[in-house]
Structures are given as C-alpha cells and as structure tokens.
Design a protein around this ligand. Structure first.
Ligand code: HEC
Length: 395
C-alpha cells in the first residue's frame, strides 16, 4: 500500500512538468510562424489568430506539424541555409505538439482571446514607407469559378532616370483570390515581356506568393530600375466561388545613392522541353556560368504542374561541386524564392548546373492530363524550366 502510494505520488511529480504548456506559451509562435498565412483574408484556408481558432484546429495542427507539412517548406534539408526557412525549430515543434497533447489549454493572460496577428496586420508595408508604388493598370474582375488563364499586366514606370531598388514588396489587392504574382522589370522603349523570361530581363522584383516576405537587398547591393522601365505583373488568380476584384501593387524603397554592387537576375533555363505522355521521370539540364567573381543571393525554381524535382549544383573551377538547393516533390502552388542566409561566393568560372525532372504520368496527382505530350508554353498545362538566379558581381 505504502509502495503504491509512493509510486502514485512519484507519477504526479513526473506528470507535473508534462502539463506545462498553455496557449500563452505558443501564441507568439503561432503569430510568427503560422499567422502570416493563416489570417483572415490570407492565403491559407483558415485563420490561426485566436485561441479559439487554434483550439478548433488542434488535432489537424498536431498531424501536419508532426509530419513536417506545416509550415510549408520544400527545400531538401541536406543542402543550403536559407534566410526564409520556415521550418519550426525542434524545441518549438515539441512545444506546439505538447500544447495539443495536453488538451490545448487556454492561457492565463489576454492571449486567450487577443488576435495574435493584430500588430502585423496594421503595419501596412513591411519594407517601410515606399518611395514608389506601381499598381495594376486597372481593377481586374475575377469570375466566381473556372480556370483563370495566366495574364501579364504591364505598367510603364515613366521613370525619367535610373533608380536603385533597396527593397520591394508586392501586395495582393485581394489575397483571397490572388494565388501568386511574378513581378519583373524590363527595359522600356516598347520592349515586351515574352513568355518564359528573356535575357533582357532587368530583374525579378520578388513578386508575391503565400508566405514569401519582401525582397530586401543586403547592405551595399541594389537593383537598378532603368529609366523608362516597364514592370510586368504576371497574375495567377484562383476563383473563390464569388466574383472578386483585385488591384495588386508593388512598393519600392530606393537607395539614396548608387550602391556598390548591382544585383541582377539570370536564368538557368532551357525552352527545349519535350515530355512524353505517361512518362514519370523526364530529365532536362541547363547551365549558367559566372564569368566574374560573384555572390549568389537567391534561387527560385519555376516549373508547372508536371514539375517534380529541381536541383541547382555549383561546379567550381577547382573541380569541387556542391548542391546549393534541391526541391523534391515540386508544387506549383508554392512559388518560393529561396534566399540564401549569406551571399554565397561563386568564383569566376563557376558553373551553376540546373537539373529538373518532370512526372507526366497518372501517378502525379497534379497532372491535369497524363495522355498529352507536353512542351514549353505559358499556360500551367504546358511546361517551363526556369531557375531564377539572383546574384551580384564583386569584380
Ligand atoms: C506560407 C504559408 C503558410 C504558413 C507559414 C503556414 N501555413 Fe498552414 N496552410 C497553408 C495553406 C495554403 C494551407 C492549405 C493548403 C495546404 O494544405 O497546403 C494550409 C493548411 C494547414 C492546415 C490544414 C491541413 C489539412 O490537411 O487539413 C493546418 C492544420 C495548418 N495549415 C497549420 C499550420 C500551422 C500550425 C502553421 C504554423 C506552425 C502553419 N500552418 C503555417 C499555408 C501556411
């Protein structure tokens, strides 16, 4: 009896630390790591801003967080370090799982009811007050249902002289219907943005995709927007069941004086794609050489619905090579720009080799038609292979 009581007492002692997590302990984490997407009108299908919302979703949260499916992040963890890595550090993951396992208890403080994301939402521009704002030339009406084809909207900046971009933030006018936006700048004088990018591309201006933060240049680096440049907004809309309107925009913070280094976008790309119907592992390669000593800033793989894997490998002049980024199970829904934690040296002569594979079989759940041969094209039912590479030269 005495022994049993002692064991019982001991189990209480051991049980106590286990019931240590309430909503106060996870509210900040939800705000920082989840509510950027999970907010009213945000890209995720429901909000995780209040205790009530989080509790209602607790068992799903447990499942997707334990599986590593949320927060979404698709880079192979073996390679590279990225500034915008969304994965939960192990300690946070444990804490969130514990909160669910212990019965998703409310906190003692006001966190129990306060919207966790209120402060973020009121701040307007995350890059600070922009010097220039360009919006879509017109309000776009999106039908209630059906597939809305990709459409590019061009805005003439009418800039009288070159300016230097330090930060750029694309904001959806209506986040419920804007799936993603690719924003690029092209030289003016009537130049037209062709499908699939072009060597004349001045630069990727970051665009917008669920959870992607603004483009912010490191100190001493800027992106030139030349006099008369045209900004191209590639809009991908997904109907919501109601007729919606949108007027998305981009805000630019300019550098007061020309920076030391100019950041550019190069494309690691091939248009010669032929992906036979039903084939599951069709591979293409492209390469990009850095003729002068450079620093790599960010990478963005771009394929469409048959895209499966995309790898960037740096082959250095001394014969050593390493994978800089690898994405498996590519998902068109996430147009993620992978921003390197530190600008990465690319000695003169380094070759960036890009390898993409496509799955045009019925096993690919995203494949709209496994009986069709597919080649390069602008529609998501056609294909592309583009590695967008942001870098600057230091010589
Ligand atoms: C970058 C945006 C983004 C972030 C950050 C994010 N989510 Fe999500 N989440 C989504 C989207 C979009 C969906 C719906 C589509 C999907 O499942 O991919 C979703 C779906 C979910 C679901 C439903 C899954 C299901 O199968 O029903 C849960 C639960 C969830 N998220 C929890 C979280 C939690 C918890 C966090 C933070 C630790 C988080 N998410 C961070 C975008 C995000």
């Amino acid at each position: 009896m005495a022994r049993a009581a002692a064991a019982w007492a001991a189990s209480i002692v051991f049980a106590l630390p286990a019931f240590a997590v309430d909503f106060d302990d996870v509210a900040d984490m939800l705000r920082l790591r989840c509510a950027g997407c999970h907010q009213q009108g945000g890209p995720a299908p429901f909000a995780l801003e209040t205790f009530q919302q989080a509790r209602a979703w607790a068992s799903s949260i447990r499942r997707v967080v334990a599986a590593g499916a949320m927060p979404p992040w698709h880079a192979d963890p073996r390679y590279g370090k990225f500034a915008n890595d969304r994965r939960l550090p192990a300690a946070e993951k444990e804490k969130l799982l514990a909160w669910v396992d212990e019965g998703s208890r409310p906190g003692a403080g006001s966190a129990a009811t306060a919207p966790v994301n209120a402060a973020d939402r009121s701040s307007g521009w995350r890059i600070g007050a922009p010097d220039l704002v360009f919006e879509l030339p017109e309000k776009v009406t999106i039908p209630a249902a059906g597939e809305v084809p990709y459409h590019g909207y061009r805005v003439d900046t009418k800039l009288p002289e070159d300016v230097w971009i330090q930060a750029a933030e694309t904001q959806p006018g209506n986040a419920a219907v804007v799936h993603h936006v690719i924003v690029q700048a092209f030289p003016g004088s009537g130049a037209v943005a062709p499908a699939g990018g072009d060597p004349r591309t001045v630069g990727d201006l970051g665009g917008y995709a669920p959870g992607t933060g603004p483009l912010i240049m490191p100190a001493g680096v800027g992106r030139r927007l030349p006099a008369g440049a045209v900004i191209d907004f590639q809009m991908h809309y997904t109907p919501t069941g109601r007729v919606e309107t949108d007027r998305s925009r981009i805000g630019l913070v300019l550098a007061a004086e020309p920076p030391r280094y100019e950041s550019r976008t190069a494309l690691c790309s091939t248009p010669f794609l032929w992906i036979p119907a039903g084939e599951s592992d069709v591979r293409f390669e492209a390469e990009l050489v850095f003729p002068r000593e450079s620093r790599l800033l960010s990478l963005r793989p771009h394929m469409h619905l048959r895209g499966d894997t995309f790898e960037f490998r740096a082959e250095y002049p001394d014969g050593v090579s390493e994978v800089v980024l690898r994405v498996d199970g590519y998902d068109f829904n996430w147009q993620t720009t992978y921003r390197l934690a530190e600008p990465k040296p690319m000695p003169a002569g380094t070759k960036l080799r890009c390898v993409a594979t496509y799955d045009n079989s019925g096993d690919n759940p995203r494949n709209p038609d496994p009986t069709r041969d597919v080649s390069w094209g602008r529609e998501t039912t056609d294909e592309m292979m583009i590695g967008f590479v942001d870098y600057y030269e230091v010589e």
